[in-house]
Design a protein around this ligand. Structure first.
Ligand code: SF4
Ligand code: SF4
Length: 713
């Protein structure tokens, strides 16, 4: 390089290196395009997925979850830290491209960034580079010194990801240093020439570098300029091409992942997109057996995971030592994809996933609670994938021994206990109960407006029948003209579907839909969140459904329900959000409003509540399956209630009740802690002596018709 005597000559080094820089650009872009094209090969071989509807809604979600980083602050410190890095990257993206173009066209200025706008932008980017650099240093220290538990790779899940993460963080830091030094060199060269000095942001990295370089000879600055530019360019393209080989690929894919994310998370994915239920018998293979059985969107999920560990950190199965960590459902699939669809080399497809990549226990361990999906900042989906893997196992006859009996019973009797159908409405025929409340079985003639859908656990489980009776008494109290299907009701099939037995679910659903339609009811009420979720999201063409907590909250507001004060004011209550009421259906406030309306009731929140509620362990046929675990989920939940200072756990789900009552015994808290369903508590506290608003209806005798079985023909 010639000696440099002026600032104009300083930039002439760009001309000297133009061909080299142009070559680097072309090579970098070509290599990146090739790598990305190779990464997309599995998408073409994957299953269909319909994610092209509602573009404006999807754009709104991109603005919220990607640009607005909506979920990041759920982990406050790490989230804010990430927002800084993300914002820094966005700001620096334009500068990075400007700098790249300067290499081949030395006077290039990004359109719109000349004059005052350019000056302001330069100040912002100086700070952005500094902040991103500092964030990288902090991130490295955090990884090496503080070692957050959620980044750890447990035994059996492969080698630690720390070295790779530090390598990438260091490269980004190097890019920021090169960028800042490049800006500083140009500014430092201006002062000895008496030219107007480019203003650099005070205390930013470029500003500090310029102070160091201010008396450096122009010839040295020229070489430095060339060197920093080369380092910047090589680092930039190396990062660009290296990212698709690891977790940093999410930088490119996350915006697409969020755009194509599922809009209706509560609705389970169909067995095959584009194949209606009527044509399902034409589908040769159900569920996911090989990697190629995943949909292209699920494959995009695998590429988009940032390995932040938030999903596993919130997974109750992971917390109690079951062999499931959702993060590794993704990481293992991504590793499989990289290995079987290499960027350079031959595609090697078709290996069965369960038994090689995933264990059976891993897939059965999920309760479909949704905590992982709620937490993921990049909207990675899990439940659909796990259910699809289960569908694949069920299709191959890989059903755990302990689940075979309840499934057979569901097939033959419509309930997992194998009890006869005509005993389904027996919960309502208890003598004492009949004296206070009459429940009729709906038939074509009695014109009942509301169906109380009871479902199997409340119908047949002796303890849970009390929830059924409390629900009926509440409906009766508010003057609801309701009835039950009685023996015509079958299990809602909610758990069966999530277990992966789609055909059995369809049979149960079709039977219930027919019975509901035949009953002529205009609305449905249930006290079981699983039935609620099934009726609301898995069934079609049935009347609107409400959970009993919604009905109670409304009637409390309307003044139809008034409460007596609690007798024991020393009791401290806490509300446990059932997953299928809270996270899956966002019913958080109604049950709490009801509790807060009871005079004298003291309520505390558990550490994990609302959308961070901790699953009791009851979902997905788990009442019949004993997975390997160190501790029961219910026990952990009961301990959380005790930590919060509560001695009464209120829930609004019969499955939760089974698990929590059992856990109280296992945790040795019998006599110190109790559990009660919201409906039971409301029934206990209702002020029946002051039925102001329903005086008239209460005065009328209620019809008590436990009619014979009304199965749909
Ligand atoms: S749905 Fe719940 S149990 Fe299943 S992987 Fe996610 S957090 Fe874990
Ligand atoms: S799936 Fe989401 S929450 Fe889980 S590690 Fe990946 S990015 Fe984080």
């Amino acid at each position: 390089m010639q000696d440099i005597e002026s600032v104009a000559q300083l930039t002439s080094w760009l001309v000297t290196g133009r061909i080299l820089f142009l070559l680097i650009h072309l090579l970098g872009v070509a290599l990146f395009s090739y790598i990305v094209a190779q990464r997309m090969v599995p998408f073409i071989r994957g299953e269909r997925d319909f994610r092209f509807d509602q573009p404006w809604v999807r754009m709104g979600r991109v603005l919220k979850y990607w640009l607005g980083q909506w979920k990041q602050p759920r982990y406050r410190a790490a989230g804010i830290f990430h927002i800084f890095i993300f914002a820094g990257f966005l700001v620096l993206a334009i500068r990075a491209f400007s700098v790249l173009i300067v290499g081949v066209s030395e006077n290039f200025i990004m359109p719109g960034l000349s004059g005052r706008a350019g000056y302001i932008y330069d100040i912002i980017t100086d700070y952005a580079a500094t902040i991103v650099f500092l964030c990288m240093v902090i991130a490295v220290v955090r990884r090496l010194v503080f070692k957050p538990a959620r980044y750890a790779v447990p035994a059996g899940y492969g080698k630690s990801h720390t070295a790779d993460a530090i390598f990438l963080l260091s490269l980004i830091a190097l890019l920021m240093l090169a960028d800042s030094l490049f800006a500083a060199v140009k500014a430092a060269a201006q002062s000895p020439q008496g030219q107007p000095v480019e203003v650099l942001a005070a205390f930013s990295l470029p500003w500090m570098f310029r102070h160091v370089l201010v008396s450096t000879p122009l010839s040295t600055l020229g070489r430095l300029c060339f060197g920093t530019y080369l380092v910047h360019e090589l680092t930039f393209y190396f990062l660009l091409c290296y990212r698709p080989f690891g977790i940093q690929f999410h930088v490119e894919t996350s915006v697409f992942n969020i755009y194509f994310a599922k809009l209706d998370r509560e609705i389970l994915k169909p067995v095959r997109w584009g194949v209606s239920d009527e044509h399902l018998d034409e589908v040769k293979s159900f569920g996911v057996k090989t990697f190629e059985d995943f949909t292209w969107k699920h494959m995009l999920d695998f590429y988009s995971c940032a390995d932040c560990g938030r999903c596993s950190d919130n997974c109750p199965a992971n917390a109690v030592g079951r062999p499931l960590s959702p993060r590794f459902i993704t990481i293992k699939a991504r590793d499989y994809s990289f290995e079987h669809y290499p960027v350079f080399g031959r595609v090697n497809k078709g290996t069965a996933l369960v038994g090689s990549v995933y264990s059976q226990d891993e897939i059965w361990s999920c309760t479909t609670c949704g905590a992982c999906e709620e937490e993921c900042p990049l909207l990675v989906e899990y439940i659909d994938k796990i259910v699809d893997l289960r569908r694949g196992m069920v299709d191959e006859g890989n059903v755990p021994q302990c689940l075979q009996k309840p499934l057979k019973a569901l097939e033959n009797r419509g309930n997992p206990y194998g009890k006869v159908e005509k005993k389904r409405p027996d919960w309502a025929s208890a003598k004492e109960f009949q004296q206070t409340c009459r429940v009729r079985t709906i038939d074509h003639s009695n014109g009942t407006g509301t169906l109380y859908f009871v479902d199997s656990i409340t119908s047949y489980d002796d303890r849970m029948q009390s929830i059924g009776r409390a629900t009926a008494k509440i409906l009766n109290h508010v003057g609801e003209n309701f009835g039950i299907l009685g023996a015509a009701e079958r299990d809602s099939g909610h758990e069966v579907r999530r277990f992966g037995e789609e055909t059995l679910f369809m049979a149960l659903r079709d039977h219930n839909v027919e019975a509901i339609k035949a009953s002529g009811v205009r609305r449905i009420v249930t006290a079981d969140p699983h039935a609620y979720n099934a009726l609301k999201h898995d069934y079609k063409d049935v009347p609107p459904v409400e959970h009993i907590s919604q009905v109670i909250a409304r009637e409390v507001k309307a003044g139809k329900i008034k409460f007596n004060p609690v007798e024991n004011t020393n009791n401290v209550y806490t509300y446990h959000d059932p997953c299928y009421l809270g996270r899956h259906n966002q019913i958080y406030d109604d049950p709490r409003d009801v509790l807060d309306a009871i005079p004298g009731l003291k309520r505390v929140e558990m550490r994990r509540s609302r959308d961070r509620s901790f699953c009791c362990g009851g979902g997905g046929l788990m009442l019949f399956y004993e997975p390997k675990e160190d501790q029961r989920m219910g026990v952990k939940r009961v301990q959380m209630a005790a930590e919060a200072g509560a001695n009464v756990i209120v829930t609004a789900c019969p499955f939760c009740m089974v698990n929590i009552e059992d856990a109280i015994k296992v945790a040795g808290l019998e006599g110190k802690m109790t559990a009660i369903d919201l409906a039971e508590l409301v029934d206990r506290q209702i002020a029946r002596e002051y039925p102001d608003a329903i005086e008239e209806q209460a005065a009328q005798p209620k019809e008590c018709v436990m009619s014979s079985i009304n199965s749909p023909k």
